[in-house]
Design a protein around this ligand. Structure first.
Ligand SMILES: [Zn+2]
Length: 231
């Protein structure tokens, strides 16, 4: 009863079409229809030893675990999930996918001993124009499911960078090096932090953000989750 009431209210505020295929959503569905949800190009990273995200980050930063929910192909219809989340004022997509991600990861013990969830921050200028931080919305969904608290203000993005999409790996690294600052490192001394990103392409932003944590206090342990891994 309460659930169906919630669905009614939800459908009043958000479009009732599937973000992926455009088909009409049923009352019990959010963001994606069941058929698109089943076919999402999942990676099941957490079930394999040294998954592709861990391989990408290996040797560049120390981490405990790393995983993504799905492969991100630019021209695939599923890319609209990320596009609408970032550019079409759909923070609900981030929360929904965060919950989905937590549901998939929790079975493998991924969240064990993680103390805080920390989204990769936006610069305040971009936050102002977008109205919300998409990684923070993903973090909220993960937190609802796992019960682990989010620290949205632990890390600050001190430099407003251009978009990374046209840059190669070296340029991306240079573009984002030293752009993050940990505001209160003493708060996370000896803690295990889960860093959240929307899409990982070369990993430059995630690596830079993780480095800022470890450089602020070497006792901090880091795990990483992104929704998509770009291919
Ligand atoms: Zn659909």
């Amino acid at each position: 009863m309460i659930r169906s009431l919630f669905s009614h209210i939800f459908h009043l505020f958000y479009p009732d079409n599937c973000v992926v295929c455009g088909g009409q959503l049923r009352m019990s569905e959010r963001v994606m229809c069941s058929a698109c949800l089943i076919d999402i190009p999942r990676i099941y990273f957490h079930n394999t030893e040294r998954n592709p995200l861990e391989e990408l980050l290996w040797g560049q930063i120390p981490y405990v675990r790393a995983s993504s929910l799905f492969y991100y192909f630019k021209d695939n219809t599923y890319s609209s999930l990320i596009y609408d989340l970032k550019y079409k004022n759909r923070p609900d997509i981030g929360v929904f996918l965060g919950e989905l991600c937590a549901d998939e990861l929790s079975a493998s013990g991924f969240f064990e001993d993680i103390d805080y969830i920390v989204p990769i921050p936006l610069h305040r200028k971009r936050l102002r124009s977008r109205g919300y931080n998409q990684s923070e919305k993903i973090a909220e969904g993960l937190s609802v499911y796992s019960g682990i608290p989010v620290l949205p203000k632990l890390i600050k993005r001190t430099v407003h960078t251009q978009t990374q999409t046209q840059k190669n790996k070296e340029e991306r690294m240079r573009n984002v090096s030293n752009i993050f600052k940990v505001t209160r490192p003493q708060q996370v001394h000896n803690k295990h932090i889960l860093v959240i990103d929307d899409i990982i392409t070369t990993g430059a932003t995630t690596i830079s953000c993780t480095q800022s944590l470890i450089e602020a206090d070497s006792s901090i342990k880091v795990s990483i989750v992104s929704l998509g891994l770009a291919r």
